[in-house]
Ligand binder design. Structure first.
Ligand code: MG
Length: 514
């Protein structure tokens, strides 16, 4: 009797203990990155897509999500596969046993959803299970039934909080929301605005990435409506960086390792928030709400040789996602070259921030492209008291270097005291590089492709030394000749010369004030 009692007490204690272990075991903290491995993390290790091995690898990588696709067999089993066929068998018209006669390339059997969820809950409290429910090719209703069965199983296996449901079929998602209004759902098709998603209780947009550049207002709209932003299938660094800069919650990718690296490097993951940008995703003249032209040929204080023209499409234009500033060997007034100089003064100015410009430089002796900033008060207190921050300068006779420099009353090139540094740049003329500064009340860092190469501290001594606590405006220009650029003459071959700019992005960090 005593024994029985003690056994049952132990059982009760064990059950309670198990419950508490389970409760603490399911404490979910999703990985603090943006990466959803598309069909698992399969590519680098040559694993089969949608295999349990690819899911496990996504969990090992600590992706914030791992995606997979669900179909229902003819005998109502839920299985994981991307295509509607598996080894030439139509999944929806085959029995589970039929399908089971084939193995995946790594020897795994075709996973059922139950097996997949079990594997996905093992040693995992940080990787979401992102479940795409495929619409049925037999009937719409069959797709809905598939969704209902998935929801039931997810609930049975206690996986609700780990699950994100995605589908191209809006009605499938609406049915899931009806069954569980708290379910995290994301719509794949890209034909509904975030407003519409919200009105139907759908929690996220998971659109093909170009949908967002076609509807740039949807990004802000999603944020206002607290609609999660996801994009597929993003395998390219530039697209990843763009989505990350724009504060996307998720990036669905076949390259999770690369995306994890970009996610770590993204300004947003380090507390910066995009406040101004030109992605040059339009055609024609530069956006006149953002850019103005400085015009003339007086040498610009440096004996430069070009005439800067006004809205002349032979010197400036936006196409194929890029701004082109074009220097030509072409007489204008008393000058032998024409080019363009854009600036943001009177449109936008910036005090502190991370400024990123991705550009490809033109080649040739005598060429002097520059991406830089001047204090807004240059008109009243003059240069160099207003301060100057040269984010990137390149002179064509020094092919392998770019320069990042500050000028102030104390430190400037007329005295030879400017604070500048050169850094080696690989392939400046046939590849894009990201030139940036991180400017806070305490310092300015100069970066080439995410690596700091120059650093200037605010020693809090005087404004003559540090005039960088007021608003500055941005300038992008392509000069020909000049005291520095033309030091060894101008090579007249290879004109026109083009400075290509892929984007300009300005981020703010709330800890540094406005
Ligand atoms: Mg899918």
């Amino acid at each position: 009797m005593r024994l029985v009692f003690s056994v049952s007490l132990t059982l009760v204690v064990l059950i309670l203990f198990n419950v508490s272990v389970k409760a603490s075991g399911v404490k979910i903290v999703f990985a603090a990155n943006n990466v959803v491995a598309h069909r698992g993390a399969w590519k680098q290790n040559n694993l089969p897509q949608n295999s349990i091995a690819s899911l496990k690898h996504a969990i090992e990588l600590n992706c914030t999500g791992s995606e997979f696709d669900v179909w229902m067999t003819a005998d109502d089993s839920l299985v994981i596969n991307h295509d509607p066929e598996y080894n030439h068998l139509a999944i929806e018209k085959s029995t589970y046993q039929d399908l089971m006669s084939f193995r995946l390339s790594n020897g795994e059997k075709l996973p059922t959803l139950r097996e997949y969820i079990h594997a996905g809950l093992q040693k995992n409290t940080s990787t979401r299970l992102v479940c795409e429910i495929k619409p049925s090719e037999i009937s719409k209703a069959r797709g809905i039934v598939t969704a209902e069965k998935v929801v039931l199983l997810v609930s049975e296996l206690n996986a609700i909080e780990m699950f994100v449901y995605i589908s191209f079929d809006y009605d499938i998602l609406k049915r899931i929301v009806a069954l569980n209004p708290d379910a995290h759902t994301q719509y794949l098709e890209g034909d509904k605005s975030p407003d519409q998603l919200k009105s139907n209780g759908i929690r996220g947009a998971d659109f093909y990435y170009s949908v967002y550049s076609d509807h740039p207002d949807w990004i802000q709209n999603a944020k206002i409506n607290k609609i999660a932003l996801n994009a597929w299938t993003v395998n390219d660094v530039d697209q990843m960086d763009w989505l990350l800069a724009n504060g996307f919650d998720f990036i669905t990718t076949n390259e999770p390792e690369l995306a994890l690296e970009r996610s770590k490097l993204s300004p947003v993951s380090r507390g910066w928030k995009l406040v101004w940008s030109d992605e040059f995703s339009y055609t024609g003249l530069p956006d006149s709400t953002k850019w103005d032209f400085e015009v003339g040929g007086d040498g610009w204080g440096n004996n430069e040789l070009q005439f800067y023209t006004y809205k002349d499409t032979s010197n400036v234009g936006v196409e194929n996602g890029r701004l082109h500033i074009i220097a030509r060997k072409q007489a204008k007034e008393d000058r032998q070259y024409t080019s363009a100089r854009l600036f943001t003064k009177g449109k936008s100015d910036f005090k502190y921030g991370k400024i990123e410009v991705r550009a490809m430089l033109p080649a040739g002796k005598g060429i002097w492209p520059a991406i830089w900033m001047l204090g807004n008060n240059v008109g009243t207190i003059g240069w160099p008291k207003c301060g100057e921050i040269d984010i990137m300068e390149h002179v064509g006779y020094e092919k392998d270097s770019i320069f990042g420099t500050i000028h102030s009353e104390t430190y400037n090139h007329t005295k030879g005291t400017q604070k500048g540094k050169a850094v080696f740049i690989p392939n400046p003329y046939d590849s894009f590089h990201v030139f940036s500064i991180e400017w806070t009340p305490e310092k300015i860092d100069f970066l080439l492709d995410d690596k700091i190469y120059n650093h200037f501290d605010n020693r809090h001594k005087s404004e003559d030394e540090w005039p960088f606590d007021h608003a500055f405006y941005l300038i992008v220009n392509l000069a020909v000749g000049g005291n520095w650029g033309g030091k060894f003459g101008v090579e007249d071959t290879g004109f026109p010369k083009v400075l290509e700019v892929d984007y300009v992005r300005v981020f703010k960090n709330s800890s540094y004030g406005k």
